[in-house]
Every structure is written in C-alpha cells, then in structure tokens.
Design a protein around this ligand. Structure first.
Ligand SMILES: Nc1ncnc2c1ncn2[C@@H]1O[C@H](COP(=O)(O)OP(=O)(O)OP(=O)(O)O)[C@@H](O)[C@H]1O
Length: 206
C-alpha cells in the first residue's frame, strides 16, 4: 500500500497544494485531477522521489520511501511526460534495452513481441522509434506495462497522443492490473472510464 500523508509543495514561492493525504491500496485505480498547473506532475514526481516537498511523508508497505528507496523502486513502474523512448532504437530494441536496464527476470523475446502486438505495433517492431508517429512512440513506452511485474504503476499523462481505440486497450489493462491486486496512480486530461465508479479521484487546485 502507498500512503501519502500531509503532503505540501511550494513552487515559485507559491503553495501548489497543502496537506494532501490519501492512500493507494491493492486493487485501487486512482486518478489525480486538476487544471493545467495545479500540481499533478509535481505531486507524482515527489511521490516517486524525483521532486522535493515542503512537508509530508510517503510510505510504501508501511516504510518511509526515503528510508528504503530501493524496495520502493523495485515495486514501482513510473512513466512520466518524458517517456524515455530512444529514437535511434527500434521499438523492439527499446523494450529489450529497457528490460535489461531494469534487470527484469523472465521476460523473453516472445514476451516483447507480444507486448508490442498488444499496443498495436505488430509489423512495426523493427522501425526506429524516431520514424514512428507521436502516438506510436507513446505506445512503445506503454508496452512496458504489459511486461511489468511491478505492483504499483505511476503514470503521468500516459494517454497523450493515444487514439480512442488505444485508450480502450489501456483502460482494459488498468482494470486487469487492479483485479490482480495491482495499483495504478495516474493523471490524464483524456476522457477515460465511462464507468467512473471504478475510480478513486484526488483533486488538486480547489
Ligand atoms: N521545478 C520547478 N520550478 C518552479 N516551478 C515549477 C517547477 N515545477 C513545476 N513548477 C510550477 O508548478 C506549477 C505546477 O506544475 P505541474 O507541472 O505540476 O502542473 P500539472 O497539474 O501537472 O499541469 P498540466 O496539467 O499542465 O500537466 C506550474 O505553475 C509550474 O510552472
């Protein structure tokens, strides 16, 4: 379980958000909502350890993430605004590289082909990512979700440039992940989940 307690952030001498408290439990799908500039990215970056907060505490499985950052990061898949897709590598090479960098055990070449097929990139595996469209490049990044064994996914605007059909596929994957006991904490400006009862929401900027 991820617990965020009393989180306050200041940027440019302005309080972005104050005393935000929430938890993400196994099976939870949590959307951080708010207008442009309300602090969504800032909050996700603080939770992942990439940004500083004014005050507050973040714990994973009951332990402060600052005290055991490795354990937290082993459980976490974070995809931010910058997807980390390398334009000179093919879609397949990007995923192989990513898996090697993360020391992921048990992921085969077939798994990577399958993940690329799941995101609609069958037949495009050997094209350098720089020659794919913006949405296709984003799909390369999202293919990591199919290979992930991390219980916690933190995703900042994962659906940027993704078409309606792609959004449906990602929605289904989120649901599948949470049904397996996984957790998803995400932001999006896209319409997602017609059945919003599956979602918990955190609103910033009110
Ligand atoms: N490192 C920084 N230094 C100074 N100001 C920052 C920094 N990071 C973010 N900000 C400011 O904090 C505010 C919140 O930015 P943030 O990116 O968190 O918003 P957001 O809710 O994710 O917006 P969007 O919906 O547009 O993605 C903005 O006004 C931004 O300029």
């Amino acid at each position: 379980m991820l617990e965020v307690s009393d989180l306050t952030a200041i940027r440019d001498e302005k309080e972005l958000f104050q005393s935000i408290t929430f938890s993400v439990n196994p099976g939870d799908l949590v959307q951080v909502e708010g207008r442009n500039g309300s602090g969504k990215t800032t909050m996700l970056r603080i939770i992942t350890g990439l940004g500083d907060c004014e005050s507050g505490q973040i714990s994973w499985q009951g332990i402060d993430t600052k005290k055991d950052r490795d354990a937290f990061h082993e459980s976490l898949l974070f995809i931010g605004h910058q997807t980390g897709v390398k334009k000179e590598l093919t879609a397949f090479e990007n995923l192989s590289f990513y898996q090697k960098m993360n020391g992921s055990q048990g992921v085969t070449q077939d798994d990577i082909w399958l993940a690329l097929a799941k995101v609609g990139l069958a037949g495009k595996e050997d094209i350098p990512a720089g020659k794919l469209s913006a949405g296709q490049q984003r799909r390369v990044a999202l293919a990591r979700l199919w290979l992930s064994k991390h219980p916690l996914w933190i995703l900042d605007e994962p659906l940027t440039a993704i078409d309606k059909q792609g959004i449906k596929v990602i929605e289904a994957l989120f649901i599948e992940h949470t049904h397996r006991g996984g957790m998803v904490l995400f932001t999006t400006h896209q319409d997602m989940f017609t059945d919003v009862s599956v979602l918990k929401t955190i609103r910033l900027g009110e």
